[in-house]
Design a protein. Sequence first.
Length: 101
Amino acid sequence: KHFVAWPGLLEGRVFYETDESIPLVRVRDLYTREVELFKDLGTSLLYSACIVVFWLHMLIGWKKVVPADAMQIPKDHVKTVTVLGWFAATAIVSMYLSVVW
C-alpha cells in the first residue's frame, strides 16, 4: 500500500483515499479546545512555568551531555555545539510558549 493516493493527485487529495464503505469520522476542533483551556490565567501561567522548567532541563542537560566521550564531539567543538544546542532548545521552547501567548 502506498502512502500517497496517486489517483487523487490531480484532485488535490494526496494523503487520503475516498472509500464510501468507511463511515465519515469527525475530528475534534483542537484550536477551540486550546483557546478554552488557556483562557484561564492560572492554567496559562502553570503551563508557561512548566515549559520554562523543561527549557532549563534541556539547557543544563545539553551542557552536561556534549562533553561526554559517548558523543564523540572533538574538544575544540564542544563550546560551539553547546551554544547551538542552546539555540535549538530556545527555538523549541519558543514554539511551545507561542501556543499560549
